[in-house]
Design a protein around this ligand. Structure first.
Ligand SMILES: [Zn+2]
Length: 290
């Protein structure tokens, strides 16, 4: 499935009512059983309200409740369009860009952007990686973009990345690169039987004693990029290069506090690289079921 064009998007979501009906359909659907009278039936739109009512007892359902749209006064079509813009850009969408494209205030644009990133993180979830016969690359990177006057790693935060070769990636923002910090993330998210590929960072040294994993190291200090047994961390390093480029190119600088959301956005997009149409479809359909 390929990405939608802008024309297809506006044909499908031609106005706010269509968007609200779409949201109702993906969360509740036809013949939804009423939580009040327990009868299944039709749910006609309630005139003048962003709600639908049970054909039997008149009970109301507000499909925006419990979603990222809850409490928002921004038209639903603009929210959908903002998501569409996220699927169109390779390096992310800045709040400034959303402000311009949606015609909303910068504050609203900033909030919409972050709500969408949080939504991406929830939709993507954290399914365990690896398993018997599978290899997982692990690496970390200092990320945060360019902060005026900052030197070295100042203003940046550390992102831990775990990438199943040929499969999904998972990112975690971590406070340091100590074994006691990184190991719980590894043990908690990588299945036993996995072959783990890392560089020679000290925190990974004890992985070789871990009977549940096989550990292979790439010795970057010897300019080795593919080890003698085929181990490599090129995949995860490529992901980090892209994430840094996106942040520096689009957002210039992001605070450590918000970094996890940008990492999750990149993770969500990466995990749909083989089915790009799913980027928008998942964003528009994966909401808590009614
Ligand atoms: Zn009812």
């Amino acid at each position: 499935m390929s990405k939608q064009t802008i024309r297809q998007f506006f044909t499908q979501f031609s106005d706010d009512d269509t968007c609200l009906q779409h949201l109702f359909n993906v969360r509740y659907g036809d013949n939804h059983e009423c939580p009040k009278c327990n009868k299944a039936g039709n749910w006609p739109r309630l005139k003048g309200h962003k709600a639908f009512s049970c054909q039997w007892c008149g009970h109301h359902i507000h499909p925006m409740a419990g979603t990222i749209y809850q409490g928002s006064t921004t038209p639903l079509q603009l929210w959908f369009y903002a998501m569409f813009l996220f699927t169109k850009s390779r390096n992310g969408v800045s709040a400034k860009e959303l402000e311009r494209q949606l015609g909303v205030t910068y504050k609203t644009a900033w909030r919409i952007g972050h709500k969408i990133r949080e939504h991406m993180a929830r939709v993507d979830g954290d399914k365990p990686l690896g398993g018997a016969g599978k290899a997982v690359e692990i690496d970390e990177a200092f990320i945060g973009g360019y902060e005026k006057g900052a030197t070295g790693g100042k203003g940046k935060a550390i992102v831990l990345g775990m990438l199943e070769k040929g499969g999904d990636i998972m990112t975690k923002v971590v406070p340091n690169r100590q074994e006691f910090t990184l190991f719980p993330h590894i043990a908690g998210n990588i299945l036993p039987g996995s072959e783990i590929h890392t560089d020679e960072l000290a925190a990974y040294k004890n992985l070789k004693h871990e009977i549940t994993y096989t550990h292979k190291t790439v010795v970057h200090s010897k300019e080795e990029y593919v080890g003698s047994e085929g181990q490599t961390t090129n995949g995860i390093e490529g992901f980090f290069m892209h994430l840094k480029r996106a942040i520096e190119g689009t957002h210039i600088w992001v605070s450590p506090k918000h970094l996890a959301k940008y990492a999750k956005e990149a993770e969500f997009i990466y995990n749909r690289r083989k089915n790009q149409g799913a980027i928008l479809t998942d964003l528009l359909t994966c909401f808590p079921k009614g």
